[in-house]
Design a protein. Structure first.
Length: 66
């Protein structure tokens, strides 16, 4: 997560970027699940973290649109 680099967005964009990353990591996790169980679990946790960050960004965007 720390190697993602700098990101930017408009205040009303919400968590679109994070949801795309979550989807990507879930896809990787699913592909590795049978053969690399622990790696798959780490990737799934990354996906959950990005999804939660996306929800937080959505809430921030909602507050911005008052």
């Amino acid at each position: 997560m720390n190697k993602r680099g700098v990101t930017w967005r408009r205040p009303t964009d919400g968590g679109i970027q994070e949801r795309e990353l979550a989807q990507h990591y879930r896809k990787l996790s699913k592909a590795l699940r049978l053969e690399w169980l622990r790696t798959s679990a780490v990737l799934e946790q990354l996906a959950r973290n990005y999804a939660r960050d996306g929800d937080d960004s959505d809430a921030d965007a909602d507050r911005f649109q008052w």
